[in-house]
Design a protein around this ligand. Structure first.
Ligand code: PEP
Length: 260
């Protein structure tokens, strides 16, 4: 089993002082520990420097990640933030194609593909989200939907590019709802995604690709999810806003690795 990766997606939450407290609490909780689990914190853009300042320290326990970037390289796009800007701030990971961006900002697979290309060009690891709506699962179309998202946003990449990508399976019906996919549902989809990667890029790439689960993952269910063979960690929304919960999920990753 590979070491787990745990990514915290803060979304649009917390005023500055609370954000600062959260980072300090996480830092205090993780300091002096020899973690095998990799941790990425994705705050809103305006707080990025709080994370990059710490992430750049030699003994830092986490990396800086963004929640989004522009599909444009630079120029007259008021309010947007480019991949190049993120890289120049020391950001090493960036979430793309989150279902909230697909839903509220009309992001298509083609736009997500453009963002992925710019992130890779700037040496930032894209964390590419995919996942089906409840009605798509009820209609038995969940694998078809996820396959299309992955093929259209990722499969134009050369192997040397794809190897730098992380995939996050996030069933939309599980995000922020308190309803988690069962470990069996998560494993079924993760194994399916890995089989798609294997067909396109080969067995070694399929094994090495990190596939995270996201959707109401919390300290109670994290271990059962992380125990699944094809679940390489979690993309955590709500539970990443409380240091104790987030660190308990990291602990679940550590424990599962020790036991397997
Ligand atoms: C997310 O938004 O990426 C997410 C997984 O949210 P939550 O954990 O709150 O369901």
């Amino acid at each position: 089993m590979k070491p787990k990766l745990v990514v915290g997606n803060w979304k649009m939450n917390k005023p500055f002082d609370d954000a600062q407290d959260l980072i300090l609490d996480i830092q205090n909780n993780l300091k002096d520990r020899k973690l095998q689990t990799e941790v990425v914190l994705c705050p809103p853009f305006v707080y990025m420097e709080l994370i990059t300042d710490i992430a750049e320290e030699e003994d830092s326990q986490f990396y800086a990640g963004a929640q989004n970037c522009s599909e444009h390289e630079s120029g007259a796009y008021t309010g947007e933030v480019s991949a190049e800007m993120l890289a120049s701030m020391g950001v090493e990971f960036c979430i793309v194609g989150h279902s909230e961006r697909r839903k509220y900002f009309g992001e298509t697979n083609a736009v997500i593909a453009q963002k992925i290309d710019l992130l890779l060009k700037n040496d930032i690891v894209p964390i590419v989200c995919c996942g089906e709506l409840l009605e798509e699962r009820k209609a038995g179309k969940h694998t078809q939907v996820v396959q299309q998202q992955i093929e259209e946003s990722l499969f134009h990449l050369q192997a040397s590019e794809f190897e730098r990508v992380i995939i996050a399976y996030e069933p939309v019906w599980a995000i922020g709802t308190g309803e988690t996919a069962t470990p069996a549902q998560a494993e079924e989809m993760h194994a399916f995604i890995r089989s798609l990667v294997e067909k396109k890029y080969g067995t070694e790439m399929a094994y090495n690709t990190y596939i995270l689960y996201g959707g109401s993952c919390n300290p109670k269910n994290a271990a059962d999810l992380f125990m699944q063979e094809d679940v390489d960690g979690g993309l955590i929304g709500g539970a990443s806003l409380k240091a104790d919960d987030f660190c308990a999920i990291i602990d679940a990753g550590e424990n599962v690795l020790k036991e397997n």
